[in-house]
Every structure is written in structure tokens, then in C-alpha cells.
Design a protein around this ligand. Structure first.
Ligand code: FE2
Length: 366
């Protein structure tokens, strides 16, 4: 029985060293609105949490308020990173019971959290590394996020001064796992969550002179939730996946791809906000017309911003990657606009990984 009712990604929770300052970053650099807060002022004693929203994307930033927080060790092990991907399901108890029956490790048994706005349900299972998947349901909850969270007072991150950059939804979330473990995690998603494999790329697709990786993409039954899974492959030098595994201290989320309807506008706004993106050489753009054919966007503008283009049978897509967003070379973001193509930019892998290797070289980790 492969069927598993998942509706969409409800939110992504990051565990960070300083949620208040991370909220400032995602608000002022990525254009999110800070919509809710939990912490001492709302009688939450052990952690602070900020809920950020843009389009259909919800991020939650959580920081421990003392070393006694049960997750505080994550900060030493990983630095800032993704702790949990929450999936919206029609029935949390059913989803949790079914996942555990299929072999998942339970982390948080289903519970109903209540306040005057109604009932919010959550239960969690273990995914790769210490990353978790939560099943959540807010059908009977009218509040802004979940019990314990309150909308912010006007003086702290006033919603009226948010400046959205056009990020609309989460396209995919990518995991890095250890060498030889990719197929196990594909199988986990197939067996436990009823995902199917959409695409795979071997080390011949994704290699440069120095390093290589392999990747398989799994998606849920509706195709709405897509999780590519990467593992390092043998190369002359240390691959970007090995670098990630070293600095993150194990498997975890490598990047989150966010959809925009106008990538030129979005990336221009993010650059104005001082977001740093990876760059590819001009030769990439010289070769672009022959590789992808006619596109609607102005090539000179794409080159100026460093936006990459790839195509498949159904259309084309535009994408760009930020540099890592914290001190460690771990989590980064992708901005993507799809014009028909459902692909993951195979034609860009080489140029992109060479760009990543130039960054690795600067860090002395290539
Ligand atoms: Fe991606």
C-alpha cells in the first residue's frame, strides 16, 4: 500500500542560534513578513520562535533560551539549520500510526494543542540524520500559526513595513546524505510516505574535473512535494556534499528552492537587500542561446544577475543559488521560476558545481 495522504508542506522549522536576528535577516533580505512570535512574553519558557510568511511559504525560526532545552546540542553539532519539515495531512493520528507501522521512528506522538483559536494537531517521525518530518493539521485552528504563538506588537517587525520580493511557494527541499545511503533514503520515502522516484542523476551527469555527486528525486502522489536526495560520489577532490556532511555533522537539508513568478524582479530585489548569489562565468551566457533556444527573458539581464536557464521537453526554467546563509558551508537557498519545465536544472549542474568549487577553494575545503 503506497498511498499516503500528504497535502503540502505546511512549514519548515529552522533551529538557530538567535531567532530574533535570523528573523531580521529573512525579513529584510528575503522579504518575509514576521507574522507571529512565541517566547517569554507569551509564556513559552524554554524557547523563542518567530513565524515568517511570504506567499504560501511559512518558515519558523526557533532558538533555545537555555542549555536545558532538549535540542540545544543541535547548535553545537550543526550550527543553524533545518530541524523539521512539517507536512499537512488530513488526519495526524492516522498518518503517524501508518508511518510508524511502516517502519518510521516516532519522535513525537500525535498531540492536540489547544487555545481560544481552536485545535492544532502535530506528530513527528525521524527522517535523515536528526531531521524530522512532522504531520500537522490546522483544519480546526483559526489562529495565525499554532497555540503559544501570538501576532507581533507593532513595534517589533511591523507587518506594514515588510517588503516582499515575490517568493510564492516551496518548490523542493533537498537532502544531503552519506555516500552509499541515497538509495536507502529513496526507499524510506517510498516505503513510509508512498513517494515515487521522479528522476535520477548519476555521477556522470553531475561531475566536474574535481568532484561528483549522485542525486535522486522523490515526490508524493500528487507531485506537490518534491525531495531530491544527494550523496557524494568519488572524485579527485572533496565534493560539496562531503563538505556539507563535515560541517553539518551529518545528513541534513542542503537547500530549499523557492518559486517566484518573476525571477528577474525577485533576484533584483534580493540583491538590493544584499543577498549573495553564486556566479557563473560569462562563457555560460555565450553558450546559452545554442543550448536552450529562444526564451522570453533578456539574456543580458540574466547575465547581469547571474540567473541560470535550463530546458526539457516541456519548457524551460530559470534558477539561481544563494551562497550559504550562515557561517558554515551548509544550508543555502535556490530561487526558481518555471516556464513549463518540471526539471531540476541538469544542464546547469556543471557550471553550478564549478561555481561552488570556486567557493570551496576560497574556504580551503576543496
Ligand atoms: Fe534545487
Amino acid at each position: 500500500m503506497n498511498d499516503f495522504p500528504l497535502r503540502k508542506i505546511d512549514h519548515i522549522r529552522f533551529f538557530v542560534g538567535n531567532a530574533r536576528q535570523s528573523a531580521f535577516f529573512y525579513r529584510n533580505a528575503f522579504g518575509f513578513e514576521v507574522v507571529a512570535y512565541a517566547g517569554l512574553e507569551t509564556r513559552v519558557k524554554h524557547e523563542a520562535g518567530y513565524v515568517l510568511r511570504q506567499g504560501e511559504i511559512t518558515f519558523v525560526l526557533t532558538s533555545p533560551l537555555s542549555a536545558a532545552h532538549p535540542e540545544s546540542q543541535r547548535l553545537i553539532t550543526h550550527g543553524d539549520g533545518v530541524m523539521d519539515i512539517a507536512l499537512d495531512v488530513p488526519d495526524v493520528s492516522v498518518a503517524y500510526a501508518e508511518a510508524v507501522k511502516r517502519g518510521a521512528t516516532g519522535i513525537l506522538a500525535p498531540q492536540k494543542l489547544q487555545d481560544e483559536q481552536g485545535t492544532y494537531e502535530i506528530g513527528s517521525i525521524l527522517a535523515y540524520g536528526d531531521t524530522t518530518y512532522s504531520f500537522v493539521n490546522r483544519d480546526a485552528y483559526k489562529g495565525i500559526f499554532a497555540p503559544g504563538y501570538k501576532s507581533l506588537e507593532a513595534e517589533r517587525y511591523s507587518p506594514s513595513t515588510a517588503r516582499p520580493v515575490g517568493l510564492a511557494a516551496i518548490d523542493h527541499v533537498v537532502a544531503n546524505v552519506e555516500e552509499g545511503k541515497m538509495d536507502d533514503w529513496v526507499e524510506y520515502h517510498r516505503r513510509i510516505l508512498g513517494f515515487t522516484q521522479l528522476q535520477h542523476f548519476d555521477d556522470k551527469d553531475i561531475s566536474t574535473e574535481y568532484s561528483a555527486l549522485m542525486s535522486k528525486v522523490v515526490q508524493n502522489g500528487t507531485g506537490r512535494i518534491k525531495f531530491p536526495i544527494n550523496e557524494p560520489a568519488q572524485g579527485k577532490r572533496k565534493s560539496q556534499i562531503e563538505e556539507y556532511l563535515h560541517y553539518y555533522g551529518g545528513p541534513g537539508v542542503q537547500h530549499i528552492a523557492l518559486i517566484t513568478g518573476d525571477i528577474i524582479k525577485t533576484v533584483s530585489a534580493m540583491r538590493d537587500n544584499d543577498v549573495s548569489f553564486l556566479r557563473v562565468p560569462q562563457s555560460y551566457y555565450d553558450a546559452l542561446p545554442a543550448r536552450v533556444g529562444p526564451i522570453r527573458e533578456d539574456l543580458a539581464k540574466l547575465a547581469e544577475l547571474g540567473i541560470l536557464v535550463d530546458k526539457d521537453d516541456e519548457g524551460y526554467m530559470l534558477q539561481i543559488f544563494t551562497k550559504p546563509v550562515a557561517d558554515r558551508p551548509t544550508l543555502f537557498f535556490e530561487v526558481i521560476q518555471r516556464r513549463g519545465s518540471k526539471s531540476f536544472g541538469k544542464g546547469n549542474f556543471k557550471a553550478l558545481f564549478e561555481a561552488i568549487e570556486r567557493e570551496q577553494d576560497k574556504r580551503g575545503t576543496l
